[in-house]
Structures are given as structure tokens and as C-alpha cells.
Design a protein around this ligand. Structure first.
Ligand code: HEM
Length: 117
């Protein structure tokens, strides 16, 4: 089944768009759902649940505003030191990422194209 996007519509494109965004913005620290900076904060469901970020809203918020050494990617992320110095992401893209990460976590992080590159 295709994942549901944040606006509730089933989309045949959500998975691949989310994967493409993930490869672009997240894979440097979260290759294969891991976490190279903080091993206890992977994107696997057990960590997401323990750290209180397993829902799509919570995934959206941490991706938008960041936390600790995780930079925020939202256009209105503040303070600047908590946010990426690279390109900010549109809200719709962050919604796609939240849906993608949730779907990947629910499925035990199946391989996506570009993993391990
Ligand atoms: C838009 C791309 C990204 C997404 C969707 C994303 C998603 C997430 C999520 C959902 C968590 C919570 C994991 C947990 O608590 O189990 C997290 C934590 C974290 N991420 Fe990212 N991430 C992204 C990019 C990055 C990048 C590029 C870095 C490194 C520069 C990074 C570093 C971290 C760190 C250090 C944490 C732990 C934060 C803490 O709990 O203090 N993330 N990320």
C-alpha cells in the first residue's frame, strides 16, 4: 500500500519524493535510518518511541526546528544556530519527509535507492 501523505491523500508519489528528499537532506547523518552523531536517536521505531518522536506531527516538528545537534530545516526555523546552514525546506517537503520516515520506521527501514553510496 502506498503511504498516506500528511493531507490524507494516498499518493503513488509520496514514497519516492520522500526518499529523494531524504537522500538530499538527511542521509548524511541518517543513512539506512541510523544516526552517525547520536546512536541512541536513530530513525528506527524503538528509538522514535522512546524519544517521543514517533508520530507524524512530532517527526514534522523535529525536522522543522531541530533538536540538540540535529539541525532544523523549516523556513521559519529559529534560532539560527539550531537550523541548517544549507537550504531550508518547504512545509510540504517536511510533511513528505515526516510521512516517509514514519513509513520507513514502521517497515524496519527497507533499503532505499542510494543507501550506502
Ligand atoms: C531533513 C533531514 C532529516 C530528517 C528527516 C531527520 C530526522 C530526525 C528524527 C526523526 C530524529 C529523532 C530520532 C530519535 O530521537 O530517535 C532525528 C534526530 C537527530 N538527527 Fe536528524 N534528520 C535529518 C537530518 C539530520 C542531519 C543532516 C543531521 C546531522 C547534521 C542530523 C542529526 C541528528 C541528531 C544528532 C539527532 C539526535 C537529536 C537529539 O535527540 O538530541 N539529522 N533526526
Amino acid at each position: 500500500m502506498w503511504p498516506m501523505t500528511a493531507n490524507g491523500a494516498y499518493s503513488a508519489f509520496a514514497q519516492s519524493d520522500g526518499a529523494a528528499l531524504f537522500r538530499k537532506a538527511c542521509i548524511g547523518c541518517h543513512d539506512m535510518g541510523g544516526n552517525i552523531l547520536q546512536p541512541g536517536a536513530t530513525l528506527f521505531m524503538n528509538d522514535l518511541e522512546r524519544n517521543g518522536v514517533a508520530t507524524e506531527d512530532e517527526l514534522y516538528n523535529i525536522t522543522y526546528y531541530g533538536k540538540g545537534r540535529m539541525p532544523g530545516f523549516g523556513e521559519k526555523c529559529t534560532p539560527r544556530g539550531q537550523c541548517t546552514f544549507g537550504l531550508r525546506l518547504a512545509e510540504d517537503d517536511i510533511k513528505l519527509l515526516a510521512a516517509f520516515v514514519k513509513s520507513q520506521a514502521e517497515n524496519g527501514w527497507p533499503k532505499i535507492d542510494g543507501d550506502g553510496d
